[in-house]
Design a protein around this ligand. Structure first.
Ligand code: TYM
Length: 325
């Protein structure tokens, strides 16, 4: 079976962007792929984060991955720091990556450029991400649009390593959804919905209750010309709502637009659609919260399986580079 790998940072609550851009694909792939999904706690250390908060969010992230519909009977769910080969392979890959190519990463430029105190880990973050992927001989990486450039780097590093040291890594492909690969903030439709930006009204969390979802959608920023058409450049707020409605209904955004004349009607239907989309997540979350030990068990089993694969790949890479066995 082809292998799928993807990861999520436990640095906050999961939102609609994570769900639509990534998790829905993760769930779809678990049936017909050998799928590994990782809570990337080491990545969360690249920015200021309280230790107790990180520990709690890492556990909650695992619980939420089960709540969105991942089934530990068919896929592997684990925590990145439980598998020591992730930082070990990162070092090997850092010795092939260049400062120039890391400096070009737009996410680093957005978060770290110009700051004197920027952490080295924030700069080398994409190499850790490449290690995550390459350790598992990954074929496919389901991600949102914002991770595409990092994926390109992982491909480049794999190819460079294979060229220098002999065939060692599979070269992965990114898989982004056709619609919903970049869900925008409902209040600031020019920027993506994000865990790290404080925008409570603009961010729909996957565990929001129905009243909150309805309130946020109702207050979503649109525009004043009131013309119903899909035009992300000129009408980003409306385009975001049309895309979300497209995800909910399975139609295209243009087709959705042709079914409405008033923004208010679109918003009302979208709120209902999102409440239904996320209902099973809320329900599973309620059940799982009562059985935390089962989540720990999933993570123990997951780490053991991940470690088995990762240690073989790491050994192959170390040998190829000339490290004494
Ligand atoms: P993270 O934790 O920011 O996001 C997890 C996944 O959600 C997607 N996503 C979005 N999709 C659509 N619209 C949005 N507004 C939106 N916000 C987030 C992301 O694209 C991602 O797929 N560096 C990664 C984590 C990572 C990883 C990996 C991913 C570490 N190692 C290896 C894949 C493979 C990140 O910070 O994702």
């Amino acid at each position: 079976m082809p292998r799928v790998f993807s990861g999520v940072k436990p640095s906050g609550d999961f939102h609609l962007g994570n769900y639509i851009g990534a998790f829905r694909q993760w769930v779809a792939h678990q049936e017909d792929h050998d799928a590994l999904y990782c809570v990337v706690d080491l990545h969360a250390l690249t920015e200021e984060i309280d230790p107790e908060y990180l520990r709690r969010k890492t556990f909650e992230a695992a619980l939420n991955l089960l709540a969105v519909g991942l089934d530990p009977a068919v896929c592997t769910i684990f925590v990145q720091s439980h598998v020591p080969e992730h930082p070990r392979l990162t070092w090997l890959l850092e010795c092939s990556a260049s400062m120039g190519e890391l400096r070009r990463m737009t996410q680093f430029k957005a978060k770290g450029s110009g700051q004197e105190a920027v952490r080295v880990g924030l700069f080398t973050y994409p190499v850790l991400m490449a290690a995550d992927i390459l350790l598992y001989d990954t074929d496919l990486v389901p991600v949102g649009e914002d991770q595409r450039q990092h994926l390109e780097l992982a491909r480049e590093l794999a190819q460079r390593f294979n060229h220098r040291y002999g065939a060692t890594f599979s070269v992965p492909q990114a898989a982004t959804p056709g619609v919903g690969a970049r869900v925008m903030d409902l209040q600031h439709p020019e920027r993506k919905m994000s865990k790290s930006v404080d925008s409570p009204l603009g961010t729909v969390d996957v565990l929001d209750d129905p009243a909150d979802i309805a309130r946020k959608v109702k207050k979503a920023v649109t525009d004043t010309d009131a013309q119903m058409r899909y035009d992300p450049g000129a009408k980003p707020g409306l385009a975001n709502l049309l895309e979300l409605m497209a995800v909910v209904t399975g139609k295209g955004p243009d087709e959705v637009a042709s079914g409405y004349t008033r923004y208010g009607d679109l918003k009302a239907d979208l709120a209902d659609g999102l409440v239904e989309l996320l209902r099973p997540v809320r329900e599973r979350h309620r059940t799982l919260s009562a059985e935390p030990e089962s989540v720990h068990e999933v993570l123990r089993t997951g780490a053991a399986r991940a470690h088995e694969i990762a240690s073989a790949t790491y050994a192959r890479a170390a040998r190829a580079m000339g490290l004494l066995a």
